[in-house]
Ligand binder design. Structure first.
Ligand SMILES: [Zn+2]
Length: 465
């Protein structure tokens, strides 16, 4: 039996993770992400899928983030009908996130049509909520650490990766005609000391390893996230403005709330209103109670809720209420999605507040190339929103210490758990030139055989096993 992999995404970019494995005559897609950021990448979402989706037998999902799942509705619309394996929280989160993604696609198409800034006469969404419903019927959820039989020759086990509720490292066991082999996908790896999530599970061996590279060439500055957040909140209040934090409803929002709860309780920052302007945030926070075995806060539901509460915490549900936030001039914190500022309600807030000298925008997560978030980080003087160049007069702060990704040393610490080198290690989910530098660092420090694959490249993993 032969095994090969074709890289349909996640090469030279942190988005569009899709790795197609041909295992004998079984075709398995690992992750099914949407490309985000640079236009040349986003256009790939609209191209005909490089492999006929009807020929894929199963999909395995590492975690619910859109850059790992957001292409599923299109895959199903174009003929995929197999099972989609994921963890229990991933299944619930995917329902929230894919429906949100479809809504954003539909809104964007409608907005483009209404304001005629699209080149197309009748811009269509990439997919709709109906397409997402079909995906949901195919989900097969499993807990961590249990053997999942994909077919007679393939078994997988999900291990805790930290990073996001239910995010998994995937061990894949392949029984060939004469030999057995093991492939490990790191998925996105979390921090070693997250306040809510566990640190990534150590893995000891693999014949082939796919390792994420987001911060492969970056160390997170030491510093305590609470102290940094304290400084930013105080500065904003002193400047007489509002603090705007783009963050996805799941993950960073809960971490931010946890820190704000502590800071306000200890009187380290003024007790000002915190608005969570995301339709998903309430449901997402509920998932932490529903799946206590997937994180390390071991309180009951009401105690857990208290850990994430401030005195004036408001969950903004409808868009009418969201618009009233525009009138707030000072002493407030608004957390809104999406985290990379590619869509969602955050755009309306940015459209208003980027021009205000007194306001501050705090970037608290990884920003992919080509996103508005990256442009802000790079200090661009204007940001394009709703077809208009909006001047950036507000203060821009960055806190990578709040990122959900392992940094360079944490990635190396995780790899050092391997008792012998994998036959080959693929560095994926990273941007160039950092990706190449990280690959070389693994060669130098670990003495491993490393490859940084190209988009649509095919590599033979095992021959005649
Ligand atoms: Zn992720």
């Amino acid at each position: 039996m032969n095994v090969s992999v074709k890289f349909l995404g996640g090469t030279g970019t942190v988005t569009g993770s899709r790795f197609l494995l041909d295992i004998g005559n079984f075709r398995l897609l690992f992750d099914c992400g949407l490309f985000q950021g640079l236009k040349e990448l986003r256009l790939r979402n609209w191209e005909v899928c490089p492999v006929d989706p009807a020929t894929i037998h199963a999909v395995v999902i590492s975690h619910a983030h859109i850059d790992h799942t957001g292409y599923l509705p299109k895959l199903v619309r174009e003929g995929f009908r197999g099972p989609i394996y994921c963890t229990e929280p991933s299944s619930d989160l995917m329902e929230l996130m894919l429906l949100d993604s479809a809504k954003l696609q539909e809104e964007e198409a409608a907005y483009a049509a209404a304001h005629s800034y699209s080149k197309h006469e009748n811009p269509l969404p990439l997919y709709t909520a109906q397409d997402v419903q079909k995906v949901l019927t195919l989900l097969r959820e499993h807990p961590f650490n249990s053997k999942i039989k994909v077919n007679e020759r393939i078994e997988i086990v999900f291990r805790d990766a930290g990073h996001l509720l239910g995010a998994a490292i995937t061990e894949m066991f392949i029984t060939g005609d004469s030999q057995s082999k093991k492939i490990v996908f790191s998925g996105d790896l979390g921090r070693s000391h997250d306040v809510i999530l566990n640190s990534p599970t150590p893995i000891q061996e693999a014949d082939v390893l796919f390792v994420e590279s987001t911060y492969g060439n970056k160390g997170n500055p030491g510093g305590n996230p609470a102290t940094e957040l304290q400084r930013v909140v105080k500065d904003t209040v002193n400047n007489g403005g509002v603090l705007l934090i783009p963050a996805f409803a799941v993950g960073r929002t809960q971490v931010l709330l946890h820190y704000l709860h502590i800071l306000m309780q200890e009187d380290k920052v003024p007790d000002i209103p915190v608005y969570i302007d995301s339709p998903m945030a309430t449901s997402a926070t509920y998932l932490y109670y529903k799946f206590p075995q997937y994180h390390k806060i071991k309180f009951n539901q009401s105690e857990f809720a208290r850990q994430l509460e401030t005195n004036m915490l408001v969950f903004v549900k409808n868009s009418k209420h969201s618009k009233t936030l525009n009138e707030i001039k000072r002493n407030a914190i608004i957390i809104s999605s999406s985290g990379m500022m590619t869509g969602g309600r955050i755009l309306h807030h940015m459209y208003r507040r980027l021009r205000n000298k007194q306001d501050t925008i705090l970037i608290a997560g990884y920003q992919a190339e080509g996103t508005r978030g990256r442009r802000l980080m790079d200090g661009e003087p204007t940001i394009r929103i709703f077809g208009e160049e909006v001047p950036v007069n507000c203060k821009v702060e960055c806190m990578t210490a709040l990122s959900g990704h392992a940094d360079r040393e944490e990635l190396f610490a995780w790899m050092k758990n391997f008792t012998k080198p994998p036959k080959i290690t693929f560095t994926i989910h990273g941007e160039n030139p950092d990706l190449k530098i990280y690959g070389q660092a693994i060669r130098d420090r670990m003495k491993w055989n490393v490859m940084s694959p190209e988009y649509l490249e095919t590599v033979e993993l095992f021959k005649g096993i």
